[in-house]
Design a protein around this ligand. Sequence first.
Ligand SMILES: NC(=O)c1ccc[n+]([C@@H]2O[C@H](COP(=O)([O-])OP(=O)(O)OC[C@H]3O[C@@H](n4cnc5c(N)ncnc54)[C@H](O)[C@@H]3O)[C@@H](O)[C@H]2O)c1
Length: 282
Amino acid sequence: MSAAGPLPLVGRRVLVTGIANEASLALPIAQVLRASGAELVCAGLGPTPYHGALSTAAEQYLGGAREAFESTVREHLGADVPELIADVTLDPSLEDLAETLRLRDLQLDGIVHAVAMDRTIRGGAAKPLLQVTREEFLDCMSASAYSLLALVRVLLRAHVLREGASIVALSYLGAERVMSHPYRNIGVAKAALERLVRELAAELGPTFGMRVNAVRFSPWSRSKAGGAIPGLEEAVAHAASRAPLGNADPASLGCEVVHLLRPGLGVTGEVRHVDGGYHVHG
Ligand SMILES: NC(=O)c1ccc[n+]([C@@H]2O[C@H](COP(=O)([O-])OP(=O)(O)OC[C@H]3O[C@@H](n4cnc5c(N)ncnc54)[C@H](O)[C@@H]3O)[C@@H](O)[C@H]2O)c1
């Protein structure tokens, strides 16, 4: 990249969410961002004072999530990368995150939103939409879609998002289409996420010169979220055989995110595909 000119993200600080472990898509994205000159700050799931009384299982889950997040960042991105804990479904936790950034003078030029959660996909099965409860629907929306809005709002209020910042959210073709594998409740949330991307682009552009885009990536069954979706491995193989270029790899995803985070790019409210061209098929 340096042979082609200066690194595109030198002097830009980017908040990367959604690193759970080595198989998370957010990790290769962060690695490409860093190779492109960006300074990183990572936010991951873990216990917070706002979770209230938790069952032992929930405590263990959140403690494990924190440990895996922190060790992944340390091992693959370096001990100098700030690791902050936040639950994106809890406003006070997001406020803590923003306040920590403010106190540490970590002004941001970019955000990567790579967070999704759907409780109706469990133990290798996914509920038909007609069986999804209101609570399950709203939980999925809260973590996977509303979290983008909530995160941007707290960062703006704390004055840690610089003018001209660029925001990128990860999405999937299942936001628009009924897929061969079950992508039901989460598909509705991804549709909301993409709609939020467009609305935020319209609001944040004129006021703050900020850009907001989404990237739909190929199916990826190695991550925790992807691996939980029944039939995703078969979908990966099917997409690989149909996509004009085969499935995209996470490094290509990282390159597109770098492109969207470049200062001065006149692109906003866009939903891009990094899927080897799979989406061209009917
Ligand atoms: N795996 C795929 O096939 C695929 C394809 C296209 C897009 N995506 C999207 O990429 C993003 C990353 O997914 P992934 O496949 O790398 O899986 P992943 O499981 O590694 O990442 C999901 C992340 O969401 C985080 N998260 C969930 N609830 C949270 C909460 N309340 N607070 C804070 N963090 C929370 C998890 O800790 C995890 O880091 C998601 O938005 C996903 O929808 C995935």
